[in-house]
Design a protein around this ligand. Structure first.
Ligand SMILES: Cc1ncc(C[n+]2csc(CCOP(=O)(O)OP(=O)(O)O)c2C)c(N)n1
Length: 634
């Protein structure tokens, strides 16, 4: 039996010798590589924190002491040590172990996360709660250097640093966000380690302290004095200065793969009070058999070969994301005012293609969605056409910037929202279900959703030509259903228009984006049952197509709006009020994502479970018809 198999909880970790802890770390790493090769998942960050996780559980009294992991994607080793090794094969599966941390999954998951930079604020809240209740335990936030590109991290540091609270921040510095980290703080953190003066001084000090005539020096306390001097040199040259000025006692940088060094540091830091920060240097993706990669194996799909990092059965499916990246790059060639902005997701949004072609017109601003949007607004005031590519879920962070900086000033910023709708295995924290609701509510914003890849690029052309205000395009984490030509061969979609794809007389289906294809399939099925369904592609949600809507209302008594977004305050809710104003006799129903948290599962399964596939839509129409005939009979 391996040591890992014997670990039921961190209590077992704390009983191990130092040598056994090192073996345990090796076993955790091997287990991650093995399981993730089947399940897929965010493996790179976890591989980088194996030793750090072992050291934290060895030095702190978990679960009494509270570990709060930022983002949560690096939490796989933590899961293996906290009673979840046995079920680990269910990682990211429906009803399985979450790919992030979840309070409902384990008492060791103190605070759920998925979005970056929440850990410091949450830890301070936990510490303040502890103090109010006069309890006593340690609170530790573990945050990456990538998260230090978020404003939220500084709000937490600023507040914690002058609070005198007993709170510990462990800065896991691997020089990586998803892509190599960007910005001044990242440069600041790395400049010291690479500073040859610091390294020379440090090794010279080491020589004096270690090789000096032991008895004499140690009796004079010279070794200690030299070490103290090293501390002051370090204080001048290391990132400690920044954090010390923010009110934290700074420790480090220490090697995040050296379990002994970390346990000793954590044991010492644990006993102190007030805000302190331990700076740990780690290597993301450490030990992944395929060797180096630009993103250090940040995330990998299921069924990959760990010796190459490649999919065992690669498919040739083209995703919306890839169609967008290629189209945007082609657009960049014919319009030099177009620039692309990403918030730390160049590969995830496929803007890396644009970056390669036009480096000076590409901006990776870090994990800073609010800043990305306001920065785009600034660019737009200069006649530049910024295309901001941010996942639907992360654009939530920028809501105030969208209203205050873009919409009120009616600036022509284009928002391209990838991963809109149900996102599959990433689960609840990453769902893109709210953008329709939150953008429809903002005046001046054009809100659109394409039915396929070609229409997405047509809308992108319309968007870039639309000078009158902001323009949003949402598209899913999915394969584009069509083969898409170069963007220059695609006409812009006429502004504010819908498209009637099928004409019937019984029910009109107003379908949004991804729901157009299943609506057409549902109409086919229902036709064989004698029901004649009209299907409209409502590619413009706002402004809606008044002419087409009026024509539809003239011929139908029943309308069903179908959308892949929250049913509350979405397009259906909007259309219900519009239609009620125009003709209160028309019955409108809304078929969207129900008002509850949707957990991880494959995307197709989530669509089926929420009734947002052809059979779900057909079933809803049948149910509506039955209600009507009962009402008539009654
Ligand atoms: C608000 C937000 N934007 C974007 C992301 C996507 N994302 C996930 S992990 C990550 C990089 C995090 O880097 P770092 O904080 O250094 O953590 P590490 O990967 O090193 O553990 C990003 C950008 C996110 N989780 N949250």
């Amino acid at each position: 039996m391996s040591i890992l198999e014997r670990i039921q909880s961190p209590y077992d970790v704390r009983r191990l010798s130092r040598d056994e802890l090192k073996t345990l770390a090796d076993e955790v790493r091997a287990r991650l590589i093995d399981v993730c090769s089947r399940t897929g998942g965010h493996i790179g960050a976890g591989l980088g924190v194996v030793e750090l996780t072992v050291a934290l559980h060895a030095a702190f009294d978990t679960p009494r002491d509270q570990l709060i992991w930022d983002v949560g994607h690096q939490g796989y080793p933590h899961k293996l040590l906290t009673g979840r090794n046995e079920g680990f094969e269910t990682l990211r599966k429906e009803k399985g172990i979450s790919g992030f941390l979840k309070r409902s999954e384990s008492e060791y998951d103190v605070f759920g996360a998925g979005h970056a930079a929440t850990s410091i604020s949450a830890a301070l809240g936990v510490a303040a709660g502890r103090d109010l209740r006069k309890e006593s335990y340690k609170v530790v936030a573990i945050v990456g250097d990538g998260a230090l590109t978020c404003g939220l991290a500084y709000e937490g540091l600023n507040n914690a640093g002058h609070s005198d609270r007993d709170v510990i921040v462990v800065l896991n510095d691997n020089e990586m966000s998803i892509a190599p980290n960007v910005g001044a703080i990242s440069k600041y953190l790395t400049s010291v380690q690479r500073n040859s003066l610091y390294n020379r001084v440090r090794s010279a000090i080491g020589d004096i302290a270690d090789k000096g005539p032991g008895g004499l020096f140690s009796s004079m306390g010279v070794g200690t004095w030299v070490r103290r001097w090293e501390e002051s040199v370090k204080a001048l040259l290391t990132p400690g200065v920044l954090f010390e000025e923010l009110g934290f006692r700074y420790f480090g940088p220490i090697d995040g793969h050296d379990i002994d060094a970390m346990i000793e540091t954590f044991n010492a830091v644990r006993e102190l009070g007030g805000p302190r920060l331990v700076h740990v240097r780690t290597e993301k993706g450490k030990g992944f058999p395929a060797g180096e990669s630009l993103e250090k194996w940040h995330a990998l799909p299921p069924d990959h070969d760990p010796s190459t990092g490649k999919l065992r059965n690669a498919s040739s499916v083209t995703t919306y994301q890839k169609v967008f990246g290629k189209g945007l790059t082609e657009l960049g060639a014919v319009n030099d005012r177009v620039v692309a902005i990403t918030a730390a997701m160049p590969s995830g949004t496929s803007t890396d293609l644009f970056a390669k072609a036009y480096p000076s017109r590409f901006f990776d601003v870090g994990i800073a969605e609010g800043h990305a949007v306001t920065f785009a607004a600034g660019l737009a005031t200069r006649g530049i056409r910024p295309v901001v590519a941010i996942y639907s879920t992360f654009l939530q962070r920028a809501y105030d910037s969208i209203i205050h900086d873009v919409a009120i000033q009616s600036l022509p910023v284009v928002f391209c929202m990838d991963r809109a709708g149900l996102v599959g295995e990433d689960g609840e924290t990453h769902m893109g279900l709210y953008d329709i609701a939150y953008l429809l509510a903002v005046p001046n914003v054009t809100v659109t959703a394409p039915k396929d890849g070609r229409e997405m690029l047509g809308l992108l052309r319309t968007a870039v030509g639309h000078e009158a205000g902001p323009f949003s395009i949402r598209y899913p984490r999915d394969a584009a259903p069509d083969a898409v030509p170069a963007i220059t061969e695609i006409e812009p979609v006429p502004y504010g228009t819908w498209e009637v794809l099928r004409r019937g007389s019984d029910v009109a289906l107003l379908a949004v984006g991804t729901m157009v294809a299943p609506a057409l399939q549902a109409a086919d099925v229902l036709a064989s049952e004698g029901l004649h369904i009209t299907v409209v592609n409502c590619r413009f949600l706002k402004p809606y197509d008044e002419v087409t809507l009026a024509a539809v209302l003239a011929n139908h008594e029943r309308v069903l709006v179908v959308e892949e977004g929250t049913v509350i305050n979405g397009f259906g809710a909007y259309m219900s009020t519009v239609i009620a104003r125009q003709d209160p006799t028309i019955r409108v129903a809304v078929h969207g994502v129900p008002d509850r948290i949707i957990p991880a599962a494959p995307r197709a399964r989530q669509l089926a479970l929420t009734g947002l596939d052809a059979s779900g839509i057909a079933a809803r129409i049948r149910a509506l018809r039955e209600q009507e005939s009962e009402a008539v009979a009654g």
